[in-house]
Ligand binder design. Structure first.
Ligand SMILES: Nc1ncnc2c1ncn2[C@@H]1O[C@H](COP(=O)(O)OP(=O)(O)OP(=O)(O)O)[C@@H](O)[C@H]1O
Ligand SMILES: [Mg+2]
Length: 219
C-alpha cells in the first residue's frame, strides 16, 4: 500500500467531519433506540468546529493536526463520546508524531493506538456493542491488505474499500450483541435486536472516506 501525505490526512479528516455533520440526525436516531439519542448531536458539536477551524490548526505534522482535532473533540463533544474520541485522536497523533508522510504501517500503528486508548478510557472490550466492534475488524482488514499481493499498486483504493465494507458488515453484526457500555447498557436485554450507533457511524464514515480516497487516487 502507498504512503499518505498531509494532504491525504486533510482529505480523511474533512470527509469525516462533513459525514458526521451530514448524518447527525441519523446517528442520533440510532442512539435513541436503546441509548439516549444524543450521540449524533454530541459528535456534530465537535466536528463542526473541526470543520470551521481546520485552516487555523497547526499543520506542521500529522501529530500536530491530530492533537488539535483531539483537543477540539475533548472540549466540544459531550457525554462519553468526548473523552473516547478525544483519546483516540490524541493517541493516534502521538503515534504519528512529527511525520509528514505516513506509511501504511504507520496508519495501522495509529489505528491500534487509538483502539488501545478507547479501551483504556471507556473500559470496553470487543463484543460489548460499541464502535470498537467496527473499528477493530476494519483495522485487521487494512493490516492484512498490506502484505496481500492482491491489494498492491492502486494507492490503497481497494484495501480501504474492503476495510469500509468490513466495518459496515461488522456494525450490522452488533445487532445480536448485548450492550455492556454507555447508556445503551441500562436497557439490558432490550439492547439486543438493534445495531450499535457508534459502530454504524464508523461504517458510514469509512464508506465516505473510501469514496473520497477512490476519487482522489483511483485510476
Ligand atoms: N465505554 C465505551 N467504550 C467505547 N465506546 C463506547 C462506550 N460507551 C459508549 N460507546 C459508544 O458510544 C456510542 C454512544 O455515544 P454517546 O455519546 O451517545 O454515549 P452514551 O452511551 O449515550 O453516554 P452519555 O449519554 O453519557 O454520553 C455507542 O453507540 C457506542 O458505540
Ligand atoms: Mg447517547
Amino acid at each position: 500500500m502507498a504512503q499518505a501525505s498531509l494532504d491525504d490526512l486533510d482529505l480523511v479528516l474533512m470527509t469525516m467531519a462533513s459525514t458526521i455533520v451530514d448524518n447527525a440526525d441519523y446517528f442520533a436516531q440510532l442512539d435513541s433506540i436503546v441509548g439516549d439519542g444524543d450521540f449524533g448531536y454530541s459528535l456534530r458539536n465537535g466536528w463542526e468546529v473541526v470543520l470551521s477551524d481546520y485552516a487555523t490548526f497547526d499543520h506542521s505534522s500529522a501529530g500536530a493536526i491530530l492533537k488539535k482535532v483531539a483537543l477540539t473533540l475533548t472540549a466540544k463533544v459531550g457525554g462519553v463520546s468526548g473523552p473516547i474520541w478525544g483519546t483516540a485522536f490524541l493517541r493516534a497523533g502521538t503515534t504519528a508524531g512529527d511525520r509528514t508522510e505516513l506509511a501504511a504501517q504507520d496508519v495501522i500503528a495509529m489505528l491500534r493506538a487509538a483502539v488501545t486508548g478507547i479501551m483504556a478510557r471507556g473500559g470496553a472490550s470487543l463484543g460489548e456493542k460499541t464502535l470498537l466492534d467496527a473499528i477493530v475488524p476494519a483495522t485487521d482488514s487494512l493490516e492484512a491488505a498490506i502484505e496481500d499481493p492482491a491489494f498492491q499498486g492502486d494507492h490503497g483504493v481497494a484495501a480501504i474499500a474492503r476495510a469500509a465494507d468490513v466495518a459496515v458488515k461488522a456494525a450490522l453484526e452488533t445487532k445480536g450483541m448485548l450492550a455492556m457500555r454507555g447508556r445503551a447498557a441500562y436497557t439490558g436485554e432490550r439492547s439486543i435486536g438493534s445495531v450499535d450507533a457508534g459502530a454504524t457511524a464508523i461504517g458510514v464514515i469509512l464508506q465516505a472516506i473510501s469514496a473520497a480516497w477512490r476519487e482522489k487516487h483511483g485510476s
